[in-house]
Design a protein around this ligand. Structure first.
Ligand code: BG6
Length: 501
């Protein structure tokens, strides 16, 4: 069935089109630009969601012509876009595309960027509106922000999409926020966490707040605990330079994982404006207390097998120090100390080189209080679980007990499933499509506000403080497994276990 014939897609096309603008990508020769940003811009052009008067400027250190840059991006779109390549769409997208090769610290180079933008305004009618995408290495961040800030245009709007990592601890994040605010207002700053752009993550809000049946039971009285898993089967993919100084706690836990937790635990916002939603998320982050040392475990992968293929351990990866103490796995028991969640544990875990790629949020309800079938139960009366499959196999599934047909009363767990692919019969948009479009529209709902980032770092700093006191015995899990034994101990101590895979 094609998109036009699918009535469930009605309403998806109703979005506002953004005002005329130029998108300026700093760090345009990087992997993110090729793999994510251009494919996303192409997908937006494909669906006619970009403004008519629009242009892209790539800025990076390597010297190259605009034509060469355009050719490289065309290749990237052919390789990575989710839609078939269409020359007419590409022509519309690349019309007016320019490239400026400059060191971010070079004021003259930045003047050239300014000049190019003025030419583009005159030629393409982009009206002085600029969306800057900062995909630059952390050391180039401050200088790039200042140079953009100094040349702030008089007419039109300016917005800044800021890629992660946003600092490496609370102190550096505070500094970055201060620097950004020297030049820009908070509503002009779009700190990206691409997990918030994922359809399934946004569906968490729909599930909770568009359905009357969940809200009354979404609390400590009915929920036994919550499990959040962000598992990846891949390793560090040649990113040792970044990963060695980040580890999973800065790469995934501080941002993606805590955002999933905040969306699961937040109170209903009064509306869906950026500040209402983010106010509620901040409250969750503020209510989280520091986990004790026994409630957090870390791990690092050794050699092992992933999907039948032998893979090296973390310390054998290119660019990783042979005695590296960087963690590639974290598991923690966290609490949200408020009226709704007091004493309800949130078990979370994230890691590289785990059994398979899987991001899930599992809400485990309390057991039935008085099961009359106990003696004859089949696989045991398991508690109900609402499982949100963020990826892959995007969807939601509710585990319930059902009677096995036949004589007697044997109960087995079955699943009521909603699968995106089946229900909407359309491919899901990539997170970056949604986020770039929202930034062009000036909608910051799915971006991280300054106080959110700061709360996230407070928790991370506290955990890191605890870790600095002892030396882990790494590696402590084999690639292709589900993390170190201590992660199992963490949850078994409470007579619970991680969800089966
Ligand atoms: C990025 C991390 O933010 O998210 C990567 O830096 C990680 O290490 C990636 O692999 C995972 O994103 P996704 O969308 O594939 O789950």
């Amino acid at each position: 069935m094609n998109d036009e014939a699918n009535p469930l897609l009605e309403g998806l096309q109703l979005r506002r089109r953004p005002e005329s603008c130029a998108v300026v990508i700093f760090g345009a020769s990087g992997d993110l630009t090729k793999r994510k940003l251009f494919p996303a811009l192409y997908a937006l052009a494909y669906r006619k969601l970009l403004p008519e008067k629009f242009a892209i400027v790539g800025v990076a250190r390597s010297p190259q012509t605009s034509a060469k840059f355009a050719a490289a991006m065309k290749k990237a779109v052919k390789e990575h876009a989710r839609d078939p390549f269409r020359q007419d769409v590409w022509d519309a997208l690349s019309r007016g595309m320019r490239y400026v090769g400059t060191d971010f610290a070079d004021a003259e180079g930045e003047d050239r960027v300014g000049q190019v933008l003025e030419e583009i305004d005159a030629e393409y009618g982009t009206a002085g509106n600029r969306l800057y995408y900062l995909a630059v290495p952390p050391q180039a961040f401050a200088i790039t922000v200042s140079e953009i800030g100094k040349r702030r245009h008089k007419e039109g709007w300016v917005r800044l999409i800021v890629e992660k990592p946003f600092g490496r601890d609370l102190t550096s994040a505070l500094k970055l926020n201060e620097l950004l605010h020297t030049w820009f207002r908070e509503d002009e700053i779009f700190r990206i966490d691409h997990y918030l752009g994922k359809e399934t993550v946004q569906n968490m809000l729909a599930l909770r707040f568009a359905n009357g049946i969940f809200e009354p039971i979404w609390n400590r009285q009915f929920i036994d605990h919550v499990q959040i898993t962000v598992a990846e089967s891949m390793g560090i993919e040649g990113r040792a330079g970044f990963y060695e100084s980040a580890g999973v706690i800065r790469d995934i836990f501080q941002n993606h994982l805590l955002q999933l937790l905040a969306l699961t635990a937040m109170e209903p916002p009064i509306d869906f404006t950026a500040d209402s939603v983010r106010n509620e998320k901040v409250k969750v982050l503020k209510s989280m207390h520091t986990p004790g040392p026994k409630s957090v475990v870390r791990g690092q992968y050794g050699t092992g097998f992933v999907e039948g293929i032998e893979v090296p351990g973390y310390r054998e990866e290119d660019g990783v120090a042979p005695g590296s103490l960087t963690e590639t796995f974290i598991a923690a028991k966290l609490y949200v100390d408020n009226w709704r969640w007091a004493d309800t544990p949130f078990y979370v875990r994230a890691g590289k080189r785990l059994g398979r790629r899987e991001t899930t949020i599992a809400i485990q309800f309390q057991r039935a209080p008085h099961p009359p079938f106990e003696a004859i139960a089949g696989d045991g009366l398991r508690p109900n679980v609402l499982l949100i499959h963020v990826q892959p196999d995007e969807g939601v599934s509710l585990a319930i007990g059902a009677k096995v047909p036949g004589a007697g009363m044997t109960i087995r767990t079955v699943h009521m499933d909603f699968l995106y692919g089946g229900a909407f019969r359309t491919g899901l948009p990539e997170a970056y499509e949604r986020l770039i479009l929202d930034a062009m529209l000036g909608d910051a709902t799915l971006f991280t506000r300054e106080d959110e980032v700061e709360e996230q770092w407070k928790l991370v700093d506290a955990i890191l403080g605890g870790w600095s006191r002892d030396r882990p015995n790494f590696p402590n899990y084999a690639s292709g497994t589900w993390g170190p034994r201590s992660a199992d101990d963490l949850i078994h101590r409470d007579a619970r276990s991680w969800r089966r895979h």
